[in-house]
Design a protein around this ligand. Structure first.
Ligand SMILES: Nc1ncnc2c1ncn2[C@@H]1O[C@H](COP(=O)(O)OP(=O)(O)OP(=O)(O)O)[C@@H](O)[C@H]1O
Ligand SMILES: [Mg+2]
Length: 461
């Protein structure tokens, strides 16, 4: 249970947001306290000085000088009580010109501070020697008389005031802040849950997509804009998976179909075998099946072909290797192979073995279609292209697209082929970012051109 809670607390978006909201509320609370404290400190001194001034003028206005010239302070009852408190938080003294005490609130005999000279700061901070109380006070002249009024406050008040202000703030504001934190958390939880409702709906729908329902897509309307790209990406992936899956299924079905016919023929021939003289024909048929299986394997290989960055090949060397490999096969059928065009290195980004596989299929086709005693030309272009030209019948306009499809042969009986060579070559070209085009050379047969992207590899000399 605690683990479930911990997992929820760590990974849930709601929990994360709630946590942050609580932190923000607590930080705001502390910030308010700090602001209050700073404001209090800024105001405290000027407030205290102003109060002292007012106190001093209040005492001045209530001081009368009798006929004998002696000053006397006459206070109303409330003020009198404040200036008579035994703990002496507020005191006043009336001083003569020399600073001697003429009258005072608590029968004090010594002044709290000397009378300030002209231009001197009237404020003072001093300890009353008779009581030991630390006073903060002010000395002001008493009207047009030679006397001075001295009023002072004891030390306790400022701190008490400060503490009580903060206490009051805490006392009155914590229920409000708690309610605020709970309120914001509740709104956050509700908002997150509401906002994530479409995500929950989508997960439910995504769970139900399987091999039997690969054509289904997640709805992209009315979603929070933050998750639309994610859903779009999932749909695009589903699209790719669906077409890949369909291709695989089609391919397996085609492969099974293509293999079944020659196997059935072979089986029938074996069953009706009357003499050993027919064995070479059976071996020939087995060779066709072997070719079909080999082409299927190659196609599966190139279907998964992904070029590694930095892979590099020399197109001329590839063409030379293919020409050498197929030279004896060409000779056996009374034909030849000619390597023309660029004779030096033609560096390209690509995989030499797979490029050779693609080119070999093009040359095999050319040899299969070229009449005896003719030559198949492999022409390497400096623009990262290689063309295979033969003297055969060429490819009619209507067939140029479909011959690249799997298992398509224009004249199935004309020669033994699996109908996969051009698909393999085209897949290799595509994996290299290139293409294969088919055309006709004037006065000759078909021209198949494998074109790779023009920019040569950086490391090329
Ligand atoms: N040089 C060419 N001249 C004329 N037709 C061609 C040429 N190359 C290919 N074709 C046509 O395109 C078809 C498809 O070629 P592809 O190489 O894919 O299959 P294939 O040669 O029949 O079998 P395999 O998989 O054994 O190569 C061929 O059957 C042929 O009809
Ligand atoms: Mg072929």
């Amino acid at each position: 249970m605690t683990r479930i809670f911990r997992d929820f607390w760590d990974s849930s978006l709601t929990a994360r947001l709630t946590r942050r909201v609580l932190v923000i509320v607590a930080a705001t609370f502390l910030l308010l306290l700090a602001i209050l404290k700073i404001q209090y400190l800024m105001e405290r001194d000027s407030l205290r000085d102003a109060t002292l001034q007012m106190q001093a003028y209040d005492i001045s206005s209530r001081t009368i000088v009798d006929e004998s010239g002696a000053p006397k302070v006459v206070l109303p009852e409330g003020l009198h009580a404040a200036y008579s408190r035994p703990d002496r938080p507020y005191v006043y003294l009336i001083l003569d010109g020399e600073g001697r005490v003429l009258a005072s609130s608590h029968g004090m005999e010594e002044p709290l501070a000397p009378v300030p000279a002209q231009g001197e700061d009237p404020l003072f901070r001093n300890v009353d020697l008779s009581t030991g109380i630390d006073y903060y006070g002010i000395t002001v002249p008493l009207g047009n008389t030679p006397f001075h009024v001295q009023v002072a406050q004891g030390p306790a008040h400022s701190d008490v005031l400060e503490d009580s202000l903060i206490e009051e703030f805490l006392e009155h504001s914590w229920p409000f802040l708690l309610a605020l934190a709970l309120g914001i958390s509740a709104v956050t939880v509700w908002t997150v849950r509401q906002s994530l409702a479409p995500v929950r709906r989508l997960s439910y729908m995504a769970r139900n997509i399987g091999p039997a329902s690969l054509d289904r897509r997640l709805p992209e309307d009315n979603l929070p804009s933050e998750i639309t790209p994610l859903v779009h990406a999932v749909n695009t992936s589903l699209q790719r998976i669906e077409s890949g899956y369909r291709r695989e299924r089609e391919f397996t079905a085609n492969a099974a179909h293509e293999l079944r016919t020659p196997l059935a023929v072979l089986k029938a021939n074996i069953e009706t075998l009357s003499s050993l003289e027919e064995v070479p024909q059976l071996i020939d048929e087995l060779g066709d099946i072997e070719r079909l299986v080999t082409q299927l394997l190659r196609l599966a290989q190139v279907d998964n072909l992904v070029l590694r960055p930095g892979e590099e090949a020399d197109l001329h060397a590839v063409a030379l290797a293919v020409a050498q490999q197929l030279a004896s096969m060409a000779l056996a059928s009374g034909k030849s192979i000619e390597l023309t065009g660029e004779q030096g290195r033609v560096p390209v980004r690509g995989h030499a073995d797979f490029l050779a596989l693609a080119l070999r299929n093009l040359v095999e086709n050319a040899l299969a279609h070229a009449p005896r005693s003719t030559s198949v030309e492999i022409r390497v272009g400096a623009d990262a292209s290689v063309s295979v030209i033969d003297e055969g019948p060429g490819v009619s306009q209507g067939d140029t697209a479909r011959i690249f499809e799997r298992f398509v042969r224009v004249k199935p009986g004309a020669y033994k082929g699996a109908g996969l060579g051009l698909s393999i070559a085209q897949r290799v070209a595509a994996a290299h970012g290139g293409s294969i085009s088919v055309g006709r050379e004037p006065g000759r047969g078909a021209v198949f051109t494998l074109k790779l992207p023009g920019d040569p590899p950086v490391s090329a000399p």
